[in-house]
Design a protein around this ligand. Sequence first.
Ligand code: DQA
Length: 139
Amino acid sequence: MKILVLNGPNLNMLGIREPDIYGRKTYKDLVFTITDYCREKGVDVEVYQSNYEGKLVEKIQQAYGKFDGIVINPAAYTHTSVAILDALKAVGIRTVEVHISDVSAREDFRQISYVRLYAEKTISGLGFDGYLRAIDFLL
Ligand code: DQA
C-alpha cells in the first residue's frame, strides 16, 4: 500500500501558527508522527507540503499510477480550490480529507469544502490523529 500525504499552505508553520487552534507541535513532528505510524503498519508513505496550489495539483497528477491512496489537508485551499478537486477527480485515487481543527465549528467561509465533493471521508478536529485515522480508513 502506497499512500501520499499532502498538506497545503501554512501547515509548515505548525507550532508557531495560532497554537490555540492548531497546537504547539511542529510540521516536523507531524511528518514524524505519520512516517512512524506508517512504518509500524507497513505502509509506504510520502509526505509533501506546499504553499502553492499548482504544486499540489502537480503532485496529485504525478501520483497517478503510483499511489493507492491520498490523505490531503488542503488547508485554506479546501475552501477555494476547484483545481485541487479536479486534479483528484482526474487521477481517480481514493482520497481522505483531513483537518487538524474542527472546521465545522469555525467561520462560515470554512464550511465550504471542494475536496469533500470527491473525498470518501472527511476527518476534522482530531489534531494529528486525524491523519492516522485517515491512513487506517484507506487500509
Ligand atoms: C485547516 C483548516 C482550514 O480552514 C485552514 O485554512 C487551515 C488548516 C485545518 O487543518 O484545520 O489552514 O485545514
